[in-house]
Design a protein around this ligand. Structure first.
Ligand code: FAD
Length: 428
């Protein structure tokens, strides 16, 4: 039987939790869906050793225990139609209908390939944090953190809290930009407080600007990295490298529903108005997929979207706070813009598509992602081009291609009876 909800919310990070809560306070019947076992999204991912931060715990308890909210954990949206979602979980597939939809499915890390990046021991910066919170042992391991943006600091703090010996944080942005960013933080007192807290937690760990990891060395596992900066190259012995160059909005679900995207450099985000309405009637979007803005912005946008989806426009004060939070996103984008150097890290024989083992030079001669994919299988693996597609766009090879169902690899049994005929034809 197809369950029917007033509002379906995809994603239970700060944006989705806020949307579900706001909508439920108006009496709407809400389905809150997330692929993860626990609510909280990326920033509030449950830490098996330390639990949730207090604010996250309160938000999660309130949303999940609200009588109007049905919590669908470990449930992935694999396909969406304008009024229904196809969900897959361990127990099988299910369809739900909705009157309004809030997309709050976040962002992923931008990984830029370089020699050695596929060695065991190399992960994204946020990915290391996620692994640590899920119990991956870091006690006594020598960790190098690199890439760009404040996420590096959060990752380093988590690694240290889990017993890692963090050797250094290597930021690609130059010192002048990072200092300008730090000086602008007075405009967002909560962020300034967070930064001060992190400074304390990271005391004694070198923070080097204008630095990139050029190579990860090792045979069957990571043994060392070469870091390049204005002062030259240095080799550091280490056990773990966590490197991420910022975040890329997860726009595939919105795209598959026909929502208009806004191009931001080589990546895109979902276009919304002040009430978080997308270009498609009754579909709202909030949080990182509308542009990388951080936790506070995601929470505010989720609240606005939840109120609006329930037919009750958000208070003017909420809209004002959201505009202020979005200005922080703009500051992040400006001061941590990627330097041209990071686009030169991949060498001709560097693997670009790690799911299908495709090197950069194997893609020479193809002018678009689709022809490269058909001829080489680049982007056809488990991540469905989410990692290599974003990297290739950043390297100036191909713009990101469109999307088609299913959104994630799914069981044939889930798709068999559930995709409409025309989608089934276009998938084979
Ligand atoms: C790996 C990683 C680690 C991060 N760590 C931090 C940090 O420590 N501090 C910080 O300030 N910021 C961090 N960020 C930035 C973070 O994304 C935001 O600040 C904040 O979590 C954004 O909230 P959100 O609700 O927009 O999205 P998210 O918190 O990303 O939540 C989106 C949720 O949608 C779910 N989802 C996505 N697609 C589907 C689907 N098809 N079906 C079902 N569920 C789906 C995901 O499982 C996820 O739980 C991190 C980002 C990443 C990618």
């Amino acid at each position: 039987m197809t369950e029917r909800y007033d509002i379906a919310v995809v994603g239970a990070g700060p944006a989705g939790l806020a949307a579900a809560l706001a909508a439920a306070t108006h009496g709407a019947r809400v389905a809150l869906i997330d692929a993860q076992a626990h609510a909280g999204g990326q920033v509030w991912r449950k830490d098996v050793a330390h639990g949730w931060p207090r604010r996250a715990q309160a938000a999660i308890t309130q949303a999940l225990h609200h009588p109007h909210v049905t919590w669908l954990a470990q449930t992935q949206v694999v396909h969406a139609d304008p009024h229904s979602l196809l969900l897959e979980s361990a127990v099988g597939a299910q369809r739900i209908d909705y009157a309004a939809l809030v997309l709050a499915n976040g962002a992923r890390e931008l990984l830029l390939p370089f020699p050695g990046w596929t060695l065991p021991g190399v992960t994204g910066a946020g990915a290391l944090q996620a692994l640590a919170k899920q119990g991956w042992p870091l006690q006594g391991r020598r960790v190098v953190i690199a890439g760009s943006g404040p996420l590096l600091l959060a990752a380093a703090a988590t690694a240290r809290r889990h017993g890692a010996h963090v050797l250094g944080i290597y930021e690609q942005a130059d010192a002048a930009n990072v200092q300008r960013f730090a000086r602008s933080l007075w405009r967002w007192p909560q962020k300034a407080m967070q930064a001060a807290l992190l400074r304390g937690q990271l005391a004694g760990i070198p923070y080097r600007c204008g630095s990139v990891v050029r190579t990860a060395h090792g045979d069957s596992a990571l043994r060392a990295v070469t870091v390049e900066s204005a002062r030259g190259s240095e080799r550091l012995d280490c056990d773990q490298l966590a490197v991420g160059y910022g975040l890329v909005p997860n726009t595939e679900l919105a795209q598959s529903l026909g929502c208009r995207l806004r191009q931001q450099g080589v990546h895109a985000s979902v276009e919304v108005d002040a009430m978080q309405r997308s270009s498609v009637a009754h579909i709202y979007a909030a949080g990182e997929q509308c542009g990388i803005g951080g936790r506070d912005s995601a929470w505010l946008e989720g609240s606005i979207a939840g109120h609006a989806a329930a037919g009750a426009p958000a208070a003017a004060s909420l809209l004002r706070q959201q505009r202020h939070a979005r200005a922080f996103a703009q500051a992040l984008e400006t001061h941590f813009a990627l330097q041209p150097r990071v686009r030169t890290l991949a060498q001709p024989d560097t693997l670009i598509c790690r799911c299908e083992d495709i090197s950069l030079q194997a893609l020479d001669g193809y002018s678009d992602a689709r022809s490269a994919k058909l001829a080489t299988r680049c982007g056809m693996g488990a991540c469905q081009g989410r990692i290599c597609g974003a990297a290739l766009a950043e390297l100036g090879r191909f713009p990101r291609s469109g999307t088609r169902p299913p959104l994630f690899p799914a069981r044939l049994a889930s798709l068999g009876d559930n995709l409409s005929d025309n989608h089934r034809e276009s998938s084979v």
